[in-house]
Every structure is written in structure tokens, then in C-alpha cells.
Design a protein. Structure first.
Length: 159
């Protein structure tokens, strides 16, 4: 089986007057993330990791923010569409690893729910998905609490 790897990244600022959604989980916080869709940076980074591993571009090309169809879209549905395209191209998703960097809110209590949601959408066992949270030790804008960053890596087999 041929292996391929993709790196995904996303960042958003806080401040939107909507719920904070990460990995399909609504997390208590005083504001949500700015963005054209629902702002789910975890789902976006995983989309980019998968698309990158398959050399299929990126989330911005697939679901452009200039297209009204994606306004306030549920990013887990976008992830499901990316998975459909990956499978249609004869790839098998092997695993996904995600790191969220934010000062607040604390995400450890929500990591397992995010992991379960991602695994369900991707059709993977929970053991093939990892979600971790880190702080930026008060360095830069993320460390100042202005937003968050997400890094994801995905491995594919097949094709």
C-alpha cells in the first residue's frame, strides 16, 4: 500500500457573534470564530490535510468564501464531502492527528468529543484520530487570546 501524507493548517480570530464550534463540538466561550462558514478551524485543517495528501488542492478552492452556498455552512458536512472525494479517488484514510493552539477556552474536556465526531465523519475507529490542545504561552496574537490555530496531518493509503 502506497502511503501519502498531508499537512493542514487553519486559523481564525475570535469575535463572531455565534457559537464556538471545533471538530463539530459546540464549546462554551464568549465568542465564536470569524469565518465564511461556521468557522470550525479543526474541520478546515483536517480538510486541508486530506486534500493535500491526495494532491487535490485545498478547502478554499473546493468551498470558496466567494460562493454564497458555503455561507455559515456546517464544516463537518464540508469534511464529509472531502472524505467522499478522497474515497472516490481510491484512497483510504489511515489516520488524522490534530493540534489546536489557543489560550482559551480550555479544550481538554472537549477533545474526546471532537475525536469521536471526526472519526464518525471520516469512517475511522477512534484510535485512528487524535486531537490535542496546546497554549502558545501568551506569545503572539494567539497567545494574547485573539484567535486560535489548528495544525492537522493526515495519512492516506492506496491509489
Amino acid at each position: 500500500m502506497r502511503q501519502r501524507f498531508g499537512l493542514g493548517y487553519d486559523s481564525h480570530t475570535f469575535g463572531a457573534q455565534r457559537p464556538l464550534v471545533l471538530g463539530g463540538v459546540t464549546i462554551p466561550h464568549d465568542s465564536g470564530l470569524a469565518g465564511h462558514s461556521d468557522g470550525d478551524a479543526v474541520a478546515h485543517a483536517v480538510c486541508d490535510a486530506l486534500l493535500g495528501a491526495a494532491a487535490m488542492g485545498d478547502i478554499g478552492r473546493l468551498f470558496p468564501d466567494t460562493d454564497a452556498r458555503w455561507k455559515d455552512a456546517n464544516s463537518m458536512q464540508l469534511l464529509a464531502e472531502v472524505k467522499r472525494r478522497i474515497v472516490a479517488a481510491s484512497y483510504v484514510i489511515v489516520n488524522v492527528d490534530v493540534t489546536v493552539v489557543t489560550e482559551a477556552p480550555k479544550l481538554a474536556p472537549h477533545a474526546e468529543a471532537m475525536r469521536a465526531n471526526l472519526a464518525a465523519v471520516l469512517g475511522l475507529p477512534a484510535g485512528a484520530v487524535s486531537v490535542k490542545a496546546k497554549t502558545n504561552e501568551q506569545m503572539d496574537d494567539v497567545g494574547a487570546g485573539k484567535g486560535l490555530q489548528v495544525f492537522a496531518i493526515a495519512s492516506l493509503g492506496g491509489a
